[in-house]
Design a protein around this ligand. Structure first.
Ligand code: N7H
Length: 516
């Protein structure tokens, strides 16, 4: 955890004067009010780099962080966030206002990671393919899923049609999304009201979603209760020293046009990133009932402990964040909270560089089907992973995303808990950044999570996000007393409510290509 201490913002001399004069008057010193940060900082999540470190990392790869929108490399650290989806009604006026009204408010990466320059409210903006068309931007960005839009991609994602989709995501009317994040809902709403007034009738609101980090001790945990945001890749142009176990990825795996991005793009797209947005509802009372009804009956465990073990093996981590691979039978909150240790594993047995998928040793500690193993198989594909865009490292992966989502919806009510039925929607406002949706989010969802034959022929679906068009999903490896046992899930505990694919341009592209 990086502490944003007063000393970093107050000059020592002003602090000393304040303390001295208060002491002279015989009353306790009054420290100047410090505004709250936009960002939460759970100990278990890796820290953001300091501005000095980030600048050094960026300069080593010739990257300008003042030109990169803030949310792209930030991860799951926002406190309150609003996603405002809009259509462009008057392109000419919008382009003019983008320059005069929006651009001055757009937050950059260097601004957000520096506590002294962090604004009250972070603002980012991104556009869908239909949004580019509405603005008469005709260049091909070189990303087929983006060009087609998420609705057309539904077959690849295995959503059961659009019956569960938020109606506004069905269609092509969403041209863009504005992301507003702050320490308070009031700040977000005030910024949005100002923006709406200034943009006037040049845009129309299509839909919006309010999201917030969960309260109290659940801060940083998603709605099923598991700590999130622990494992995001370390991007070369942003972070000099990776946390143990972080995948190190070339800048171009996340930012378009940087080293590692092999696709031909228009020059202005450089330092933008594709933003995948998905509203993923979570059926929390139903998930909890499933765990209670199906405890793993391992020797020495109570039924309750067996239920907790089943949940942990479905995710690959305990609620504290501790990986089941390192703590296979019980949660270990000290391990979970330690960002030097909680991501430091590869699924491989000592002395190997690739998991022996036939040896049960590794799977007995963590199922091949566990959500975090499906979406980042680490040594199951061979080590080292990452840095492999040139194809030189056989078997390793270039399928990484930066996850920047945040929970939405209320806490589970006592009525919902007792009836084991969701009555009010809650879930994850899922956000992923990558330079290539087909290698990033779409690949993870389609070829790993939804693919029952990955990583071995009998692995089954990812029990959390694996989708089978609404049909039942078989999952194996969850029961460590019998790894071959198949458990059939008849409920999707994560329900796709749809979303859209966007492009989050650099600040200079916003100023040149998107403005008039
Ligand atoms: Fe997942 N969850 O609570 O079950 N995810 N995820 N995710 N996810 C992770 O390691 C969750 C979703 C990834 O590097 C954790 O940081 C939920 C989608 C990846 O080892 C938890 C939803 C996709 C990782 C959850 C959801 C991914 C990851 C552990 C939906 C991509 C890192 C915390 C409602 C298609 C893997 C951590 C690694 C971790 C949960 C969605 C991908 C607790 C509830 C759609 C790559």
């Amino acid at each position: 955890m990086r502490l944003h201490s007063f000393a970093t913002v107050l000059s020592f001399s002003s602090l000393a004067v304040g303390l001295a004069s208060a002491a002279n008057l015989g009353r306790p010193p009054v420290l100047p009010k410090r505004k709250a940060s936009i960002l939460i900082d759970p100990a278990a999540q890796p820290d953001l780099p300091t501005i000095g470190e980030a600048k050094a990392a960026a300069s080593a790869v010739n990257l300008n962080l003042t030109d990169v929108q803030a949310d792209i490399l930030l991860g799951m650290k926002k406190d309150k966030e609003l996603f405002f989806f809009f259509s462009i009604a008057d392109a000419k006026t919008f382009k003019a206002k983008l320059k005069t009204v929006v651009l001055p408010l757009v937050t950059s990466t260097d601004q957000i990671i520096n506590r002294t320059t962090e604004p009250d409210t972070m603002l980012n903006i991104a556009f869908s393919q239909t949004g580019l068309t509405a603005l008469n931007i005709t260049d091909n960005l070189g990303d087929a899923p983006f060009a087609g839009g998420q609705l057309k991609d539904i077959g690849n994602l295995n959503d059961p049609g659009t019956t569960n989709w938020v109606p506004q995501f069905v269609g092509t009317s969403i041209h863009g999304v504005i992301l507003l994040a702050s320490s308070s809902v009031d700040n977000v709403n005030t910024e949005l009201a100002t923006l709406k007034t200034k943009l006037g009738s040049s845009i129309k609101e299509v839909y919006s979603l309010e999201a917030a980090a969960r309260p109290g001790t659940q801060q940083g945990h998603e709605h099923f209760g598991y700590l999130d945001g622990i494992s995001n890749p370390s991007v070369e142009g942003f972070q000099l020293t990776p946390f143990p176990g972080q995948a190190v990825v070339p800048t171009g795996e996340i930012l378009v046009g940087e080293s590692g991005d092999k696709v031909q793009r228009p020059a202005w797209a450089k330092d933008g990133s594709f933003l995948v947005f998905r509203q993923l509802e979570q059926l929390v009372p139903e998930f909890n009932k499933f765990l209670m009804d199906n405890p793993i009956r391992a020797p020495g465990l109570t039924a309750r402990q067996g239920s907790d073990l089943l949940g942990a093996r479905m995710i690959g981590r305990w609620k504290s964040g501790a990986p089941v691979f390192l703590s296979p039978l019980h949660d270990d909150p000290v391990l979970g909270g330690d960002n030097q240790r909680n991501n430091n594993f590869t699924y491989v047995e000592p002395g190997q560089t690739r998991t022996d998928l036939k040896d049960p040793a590794s799977e007995s500690k963590c199922p091949f089907s566990a959500h975090i193993r499906k979406t980042r198989p680490r040594a199951d594909l061979g080590l080292p992973e990452g840095n492999s865009n040139d194809g030189s490292i056989k078997g390793s992966s270039n399928h990484h995303i930066v996850r920047g989502g945040i929970p939405y919806g209320p806490e589970v009510s006592s009525d919902e808990a007792t009836s084991s039925k969701t009555k009010t929607e809650r879930g994850l406002a899922f956000v992923a950044y990558q330079s290539n949706i087909g290698n990033g989010f779409q690949f993870l969802q389609k070829l790993w999570a939804n693919n029952a034959g990955f990583v071995t022929g009998t692995t089954g679906f990812d029990p959390i996000i694996g989708a089978n068009q609404g049909s039942a999903r078989d999952v194996s490896g969850l029961d460590l007393t019998n790894l071959n046992r198949t458990i059939t899930l008849t409920t999707d505990f994560v329900v796709s409510r749809g979303g859209e694919y966007f492009f989050s341009p650099s600040l200079s592209a916003l100023s040149t290509k998107f403005s008039a």
